[in-house]
Design a protein around this ligand. Structure first.
Ligand code: AMP
Length: 171
């Protein structure tokens, strides 16, 4: 895990001044580290039954899809508006300044399916919370949230506290 941690790169002032962006591309570029992340997520979720993994655009696709293939569950993309074809549902959520929206295809989750929501990083929890809302509207049950990185000082975990939240690296 130390080795994987050493590959998470801090990029100051990206995408805006004052933000320290946690860049996981060096992890993806290293086969041992990438596999190590998927191994660690799988281990932490060993006892959680999961029918579908929902990955949040865009970095949630990378980890979520790899984990779905490993765990033998289906993969569902949640995307920015206008990207998904066919019938979709949309949720809007507040950002520090303004709001954002996410969409999911309405036939992608069935009633009572157990869903793991995956993203690369948990910050304020707004994105993950909005994704959970899309899942619940379809009758799905959020089994857990899984993140590679958690920015603990933003207390996103508090917002998601009704479900299990796992993260591999806390800052
Ligand atoms: P939030 O909704 O505040 O939890 O933000 C989480 C989303 O924003 C995730 O999709 C992250 O990829 C992205 N994000 C937020 N802060 C950072 C950061 N410091 N470095 C990298 N990605 C971030």
């Amino acid at each position: 895990m130390e080795y994987i941690l050493s590959l998470i790169r801090d990029v100051p002032d990206f995408p805006k001044p004052g933000i320290i962006f946690k860049d996981i591309t060096p992890v993806l570029g290293d086969p041992k580290a990438f596999e190590g992340v998927i191994d660690a997520l799988e281990r932490r979720l060993e006892e959680t039954r999961v029918d579908k993994i929902v990955g949040i655009e865009a970095r949630g696709f990378i980890f979520g899809a790899a984990l779905a293939a490993r765990m033998g569950s289906g993969f569902v993309p949640v995307r920015k508006p206008g990207k998904l074809p066919s019938l979709t549902d949309r949720v809007t959520y507040d950002l520090e300044y303004g709001s954002d929206a996410l969409e999911m295809q309405i036939d992608s989750i069935s009633r009572d399916e157990r869903v793991l929501i995956v993203d690369d990083l948990l910050a304020t929890g707004g994105t993950a919370e909005a994704t959970a809302e899309l899942v619940r509207r379809r009758g799905g049950k959020v089994a857990a949230f899984g993140f590679v990185i958690e920015l603990g000082f933003l207390e996103g975990r508090e917002r998601l506290k009704d479900e299990r939240v796992i993260s591999l690296f806390k800052f």
